[in-house]
Design a protein around this ligand. Sequence first.
Ligand code: 5GP
Ligand code: MG
Length: 185
Amino acid sequence: MMANSNLVPNIRIDDKEFKLFIEEAQITASIQKLAEVVNVDYHDKNPVLIVVLNGAVVFACDLLKQLSMNCEMEFVKISSYHGTASTGNVQIKLDLDIDIENRHVMVIEDIVDTGNTLSHFIPLLKARKPLSVKIASLLLKPDALKNRFHVDYAAMEIPNEFIVGYGLDYNGKGRNLRNIYQVCD
Ligand code: 5GP
Ligand code: MG
């Protein structure tokens, strides 16, 4: 999992320094593996992918390109993070504008940390009577596991450190980085 951070310079965003954590090639390989499983599970299902903005958008696009079944993509915006910590105060900032009744739904997240965001959002989705709801996340932190939050498809598990890059931000910045970086102590 660990990348060779000696070869790639640290980056600075506002008041924080970050070091290389997961290289682009490893991210790509983990998404390919995840897509192979999803392609089998959903081959006859025409799912709606519900992408959680903003962070999951980069992962969602790369995953989408690896999917072989008919599928649709929609977006919601949910926020719970401020700076480098989850606030527990979950807000739906942009809701779905399609009917998901009798549809197979797959929620696409960048990272599941405490599980607060999705444990708030999933019941709202289920109330709309989809046929099924599953979660695909690029990353999973151990706290999520501690809270027994079930993520159906997770590309990678990581320790409890704040990360940026590949869609994930610090103060809105860093989403454009191709690798994933970890905050320096
Ligand atoms: P949760 O509600 O599961 O604690 O956190 C979910 C959301 O918080 C994620 O979708 C993501 O947007 C944000 N988040 C969690 N951990 C990190 C992290 O290490 N870095 C960044 N940039 N965002 C995170
Ligand atoms: Mg997110």
